[in-house]
Design a protein around this ligand. Structure first.
Ligand SMILES: Nc1ncnc2c1ncn2[C@@H]1O[C@H](COP(=O)(O)OP(=O)(O)O)[C@@H](O)[C@H]1O
Ligand SMILES: [Mg+2]
Length: 308
């Protein structure tokens, strides 16, 4: 069947929201909206607030394109609202969204399946700091449910660990400390059950932090990734397994570090990754011959088949 713009009906592009990643989501959302409209889709941007149920109902929408990053939008909450309203939506469902948003539980799941992910400790209180330190410094300290590198820090000793934990705790009740991987960083886009070309990231910053992601132009993006054909295929397969393991579907991105011995380590799955003009998913799609409007069309098309 040839899909025409009218087949989608009225499309709500959900952006903004109330998470710490609100600003990024507004930029992603504006890009998605423009891409859909360029293809003739009757798409409408909605800055999501607590009145979203009412807005979706009174707006007579037929489906939703979710471009909300972080809590409330990427974690199963809005997905549950859409299920209740019987509105088809893009990407991962309730369970996969909630699991992927939770870095600790994702890691526990991967470990249980024998998939490689850096060793970690959940820091529930001051008393866990020593156990975390025993993993060996440096460590990465992360809020369990954040994105965009918010609240994340690399710590080199017990004092810094204490500070990093206090900082991360401002964003989340749950904080994890994870073994630092010395090596290279990669990301793999997943679209409709397939992995797109791998991107290697290089930043002069210690980590791919908020500034490296959105503010400075010193971040290097390498696509092709420079991996051998076999290593690239292996990384794509690992990404697909990690993605499926958390119950993710449709589209998303898997972050992977590779240490100096060439061992890959799963860092996280993003079920609603950035979609700004400079984001990684559009970059991978372009390398696969898909421009931005074609990419958003393809993501939205999955809602025609999906039974919610
Ligand atoms: N274990 C680790 N070792 C080294 N660097 C890491 C590790 N975990 C994360 N990083 C760095 O921090 C960045 C953000 O971490 P990530 O877990 O992907 O959180 P976010 O959800 O904020 O993107 C990564 O892109 C990477 O540069
Ligand atoms: Mg990440």
């Amino acid at each position: 069947m040839t899909v025409r713009p009218q087949n989608f009906g009225r499309v709500a592009v959900l952006m903004g929201g109330w998470s710490a990643e609100r600003e990024v989501s507004l930029v992603s959302g504006a890009a998605v909206l423009a891409g859909l409209q360029e293809r003739g889709v009757d798409a409408h941007g909605i800055d999501v607030g607590r009145d979203i149920c009412k807005v979706l109902k009174s707006g007579n929408f037929d489906r939703a394109f979710i471009v909300l990053h972080g809590r409330g939008g990427e974690d199963g909450v809005i997905q549950g609202v859409l299920e209740t309203l019987e509105l088809p939506y893009t990407g991962t469902g309730v369970l996969g969204s909630a699991l992927a948003m939770d870095k600790a539980r994702s890691k526990r799941l991967w470990s249980g399946m024998g998939l490689p992910t850096p060793e970690y400790i959940l820091i529930r209180g001051e008393e866990d700091l020593d156990t975390a330190g025993a993993l060996g410094f440096p460590l990465m300290v992360k809020p369990v449910h954040e994105g965009s590198s918010i609240g994340i820090s690399k710590v080199g000793d017990a004092t810094a660990l204490q500070r990093g934990w206090v900082m991360a705790r401002q964003f989340d009740q749950e904080v994890l400390a994870e073994r630092w991987i010395d090596g290279k960083e990669y990301t793999v886009t997943v679209l409709d059950g397939e992995a797109l070309p791998v991107i290697r990231l290089e930043t002069p910053h210690d980590i791919y932090d908020y500034a490296a992601k959105y503010e400075v132009d010193t971040t290097g993006y390498f696509i092709p990734s420079g991996l051998s054909e076999a290593a690239e295929a292996g990384m794509q397969e690992l990404a697909l397994r990690a993605f499926r393991a958390v119950g993710a579907s449709g589209w998303g991105r898997v972050d992977i570090m590779v240490d100096d011995q060439g061992q890959p380590w799963l860092v996280e799955v993003n079920t609603v990754p950035g979609m700004t003009g400079h984001s990684l998913v559009p970059m991978a799609a372009a390398a696969a011959g898909m421009d931005f409007p074609a990419l958003v069309w393809r993501i939205l098309s999955a809602t025609l088949e999906k039974k919610q």
